[in-house]
Design a protein around this ligand. Structure first.
Ligand SMILES: [Zn+2]
Length: 363
């Protein structure tokens, strides 16, 4: 009885319970298998995704290689074009982007046969990625605006050059009226200039009087439109300062192609002006100019080509172009004992402080 009851207890209830146990185990196994299948499917999916990512990466690298190859080809073509045109070769690129604070692309094309696209590509290839294109009469000012409207690396300054103002004679007021219409014609007009006084080329009193008339008008436009004033000063330091004092200087004044000594630099800096140094700073006899450079604070320093003129060493006498700016920038970094990359950034920052944002993605 006890045995029966034990057997009974161990047979009847055990059988179904064993079956249930097996079913449960099988169900658990099925579940485990299903989970494993799911995990394997997920792994397959992950591997497929990884393969896709790798394929995409391969494609990106291939595209990059292609772009670099194209760039190499363009640069090789540029170098070849420069040799063909008997122009200075591309210098070693600057370590970071910087700005040519004063150039004349239109005249550079006339001097060197380089097209606008060549000039910009050559400059970009050596990390001169921003330029201020400067007009000298109504025609070149209109062209400067068109370049600036079409190219994010260019902003425009518009003016009648002092020597043109002297030459225009009785036509000067009419030409000034035309110019005035251009001043507010595009948000890419950021400067009024180059304007000022040139007693080196204009020596007669009547011509100098017309320069002063034009200069006064340009100062007024810069103030009315809150634009930078780009000053051309040749052998006229004292009169430039006197006229700016009499008319009232605008907020931002660039002494383009600075040509004074340390004393004149001090007078300009005391008035809050920016000093813009061209390739002439590299010329051996210009020690007085280098002394002016020495006392210029970092935030008041600009560097320019004034292309196609004033080509820096070692290419003095050859046609200048914005791609040659690195020669002057390297010279200045060495003279001031500063890091080249830091100087490039500082120069770009200063140019933006004077001329506003370029609206590109650089710096
Ligand atoms: Zn100029």
């Amino acid at each position: 009885m006890a045995e029966d009851s034990v057997r009974g207890a161990s047979q009847r209830p055990i059988k179904p319970s064993t079956a249930r146990g097996a079913d449960e185990t099988l169900a658990e196994l099925d579940e485990a298998l299903a989970e494993r299948d799911e995990a394997l499917a997920e792994r397959d999916e992950t591997l497929a995704e990884r393969d896709e990512t790798l394929a995409e990466l391969d494609e990106t690298l291939a595209e990059r290689d292609e772009a670099l190859a194209e760039l190499d080809e363009t640069l090789a073509e540029l170098d070849e074009a420069l040799i063909h045109l008997r122009l200075p070769p591309l210098p070693v690129a600057l370590p970071v982007s910087t700005t040519d604070a004063h150039t004349h692309i239109g005249s550079t094309t006339e001097y060197s046969q380089l097209s606008l696209e060549h000039i910009l590509a050559a400059a970009r290839s050596v990390n001169v990625t921003r330029l201020v294109e400067v007009g000298t009469d109504a025609g070149s000012s209109r062209e400067a605006i068109a370049m600036a409207d079409a190219h994010p690396e260019v902003v425009a300054a518009v003016a009648i050059h002092p020597n043109d103002a002297a030459r225009l004679g009785a036509q000067l007021p009419a030409e000034l009226a035309v110019l005035e219409q251009l001043v507010g014609s595009s948000p890419r007009v950021r400067g009024i200039g180059e304007t000022g006084l040139d007693y080196f080329r204009t020596t007669d009193a009547a011509g100098q009087a017309r320069q002063k008339e034009a200069f006064a008008a340009h100062i007024a436009w810069a103030k009315a439109h809150d634009l930078a004033l780009v000053i051309h000063d040749r052998d006229a330091h004292a009169d430039i300062l006197d006229m700016l004092a009499a008319e009232g200087a605008p907020e931002r004044v660039q002494m383009h192609c600075f040509s004074g000594d340390a004393a004149f630099a001090r007078a300009c800096l005391d008035r809050g002006f920016w000093l813009s140094f061209p390739g002439t700073v590299t010329f051996k006899p210009n020690e007085a100019l280098r002394e002016a450079l020495d006392i210029t604070p970092p935030d008041k320093l600009l560097v320019e080509t004034d292309a196609p003129y004033l080509t820096p060493l070692p290419y003095r006498g050859k046609p200048n172009s914005s791609y040659l700016l690195p020669h002057t920038v390297r010279f200045i970094a060495e003279r001031r004992g500063v890091d080249l990359a830091e100087l490039c950034v500082q120069l770009a920052t200063n140019a933006s402080a004077v001329f506003g944002d370029w609206g590109d993605d650089e710096v």
